[in-house]
Design a protein around this ligand. Structure first.
Ligand code: HEM
Length: 545
């Protein structure tokens, strides 16, 4: 999400008449807001945010008329929120234009609001792009289905429940375990490229190869299709679709709900057309893939779901949106976590040495690279992957939960229609949960042997990873995500030492772990290059890769 970028970009790119219109709108808005603030101050209304007998939820003072805190969130909303939480407390009220967002950095408060009060806090927002367009909201009469489709951005209701059941019943642990072989082969494919490019060019930006591995895993599991090259059209289209989705599904794609006075903006610019073309391309790419899988009866989620369409009350639109929810969520998040891992290992040699030693010991004893079922034999590796996910989460704020009925919890009053959001970065940097939270310390997770799924779905007081969200909307993918990340990381670390590039004086150029790329939803490192140097001391049998 980057509303500040939106506002700046808008200022740079718009033509003069539009700019004048904006300035006039802003002036009118400013006058209106000042008057209404003065009115509210003196009017004896019943302000739901100042209810008698309830604790006031703090709100950072960096707030502008009408746009509220949107501009102050800056280029890196996650780190801004972390600072605000440290200063003002674990629960914050932000004015996002006319919307009220409650940001939470304390897991117990998040659990209370989004899990214990889940019956009234499991809805999604009426986001113009994510709900209306991406999820094909039928009530807008633009699409054939009567209710919107998909899982991630769909409203809390029967269609969402049916869709989620279709995913959970098919994409279960035995199914995931059957996918392990695919992940191993895509990881080895990525290793080959990382080695070759490092040899030829001295260093490599691993992003495209890691994307190929994680997206291939999802494309194969969900749609039964193999993609073997970074230039594969299906792969490229799907990554493009995901990145557009991540941007449009942020406040940038829903300006009219946040700032209704700017609703004309979408009509005046290319944005609406771009969004329409996006949905058309998404539909075409996924329709073709679904047809192919079903016609060939390929073993994958879509073939099974298609055969059980009536059991889950799903239509063809639903299948398209669910498949794209799964492939985008499952392709992008594990890729981002792996990108953080390689960036971190290239500058923590002791941690790197220790994880490689553990993998090498396993290889020596067993004559093969460990697979996911061997995870308990690799406690340090598992601790490292948990710490990596804690230290640098993959999403800024997960997906907001909409409140459908006023709630009273922990002494707070939260009115209907507010959105509750996990401040993911701040929560994982919360010093009341972790010692030295700003340090990269895998050993903090030694002895935490639960899978990510068991931990995420378990009791709140036994939970130390909050990346997968809360309650009824909790991510259905932690097992597959952990398996993908484990297999790709272990196969790469069994073969390579990851080293920083060096400058002309031979000084290491470390990746900046505090520089974040802004793709909307995701919290990813900025572009970087490292070296994947083959290790000679790994005891790998020749035919094991
Ligand atoms: C590191 C990996 C991943 C992370 C950090 C992650 C994180 C999240 C988060 C924070 C949410 C929102 C939860 C909430 O609203 O409280 C979510 C939802 C979702 N994720 Fe993931 N995810 C990951 C991997 C996956 C994978 C592998 C899949 C596919 C199997 C997946 C599919 C989904 C879907 C379909 C939803 C929507 C759930 C709903 O609204 O009911 N994710 N994820």
């Amino acid at each position: 999400m980057n509303i500040q970028l939106f506002l700046i970009k808008f200022g740079e790119e718009s033509n003069k008449p539009i700019k004048n219109l904006v300035l006039t709108s802003l002036t009118i808005t400013l006058v209106y807001t000042i008057c209404s603030t003065i009115y509210k101050k003196y009017a004896k209304g019943n302000d739901p945010w100042n209810r008698k007998g309830f604790k006031k939820i703090p709100s950072p003072p960096e707030r502008y008329p009408y746009i509220g805190h949107m501009y102050s969130l800056g280029d890196s909303p996650s780190t801004k929120l972390d600072k605000w939480h440290v200063k003002h407390g674990p629960i914050l009220h932000l004015y996002m234009g006319i919307q009220h967002w409650i940001f939470v950095s304390d897991p117990v408060i998040a659990h209370e609001l989004m899990t214990r009060h889940g019956s009234v806090t499991s809805d999604r927002s009426n986001h113009t792009f994510a709900f209306e367009m991406f999820s094909k909201n039928g009530s807008s009469k633009r699409y054939l289905s009567k209710a919107a489709s998909g899982i991630s951005f769909n409203k809390y209701g029967k269609k969402w429940k049916d869709s989620r059941s279709a995913v959970l019943s098919i994409l279960s642990v035995p199914y995931f375990d059957a996918v392990a072989g695919t992940i191993e082969s895509v990881a080895d494919n990525a290793c080959g490229h990382l080695k070759k490019i490092t040899e030829n060019e001295g260093s490599v930006d691993p992003l495209e190869y890691i994307q190929m591995a994680t997206y291939h895993t999802m494309i194969k599991a969900v749609l039964g299709k193999d993609v073997r090259s970074i230039d594969d059209t299906v792969l490229k289209d799907i990554i493009w679709i995901t990145h557009k989705l991540l941007r449009y599904a942020s406040p940038e794609g829903d300006i009219e709900s946040f700032l209704p006075k700017f609703s004309w903006f979408r009509e005046q610019t290319q944005l609406k057309k771009d969004m329409k073309s996006f949905v058309e391309l998404r539909d075409k790419v996924y329709t073709d893939l679904i047809k192919e899988a079903v016609a060939n009866n390929t073993e994958c989620w879509i073939t099974r779901a298609h055969a059980r369409k009536s059991e889950y009350n799903l239509n063809d639109n639903d299948l398209i949106v669910i498949a794209s929810d799964l492939v985008s969520g499952g392709g992008e998040n594990p890729c981002t976590s792996l990108m953080w891992l390689f960036a971190a290992l290239s500058q923590y040699p002791d941690i790197h040495k220790r994880v490689c030693a553990e993998i090498d010991n396993f290889v020596t004893e067993n004559g093969r690279i460990p697979n996911f079922l061997d995870r308990l034999d690799l406690p340090y590796t598992c601790a490292l992957l948990k710490e990596n996910l804690r230290f640098r989460n993959t999403s800024n704020f997960g997906i907001p939960h909409r409140v459908t009925k006023d709630i009273e919890a922990l002494g707070y009053f939260i009115p209907k229609d507010s959105l509750i959001v996990s401040s993911m970065h701040a929560m994982h940097m919360n010093s009341s949960v972790y010692n030295n939270p700003y340090e990269y310390m895998p050993e903090r997770f030694l002895g935490h042997t639960k899978t990510w799924a068991a931990e995420s779905y378990g009791k709140i007081d036994e939970r130390f990873l909050f990346n997968f969200g809360w309650g009824r909307r909790i991510c259905p993918g932690p097992y597959l995500a952990e398996m993908t990340i484990f297999i790709v990381a272990v196969r790469i670390l069994a073969q390579f030492h990851i080293e920083p590039t060096v400058d002309v004086n031979g000084k290491p150029e470390f990746v900046d772990l505090n520089s974040f790329s802004n793709k909307g939803f995701t919290f990813a490192p900025t572009e970087y290059k490292v070296k994947f140097v083959p290790r000679s001391n790994n005891n790998l049998p020749k035919d094991s890769v």
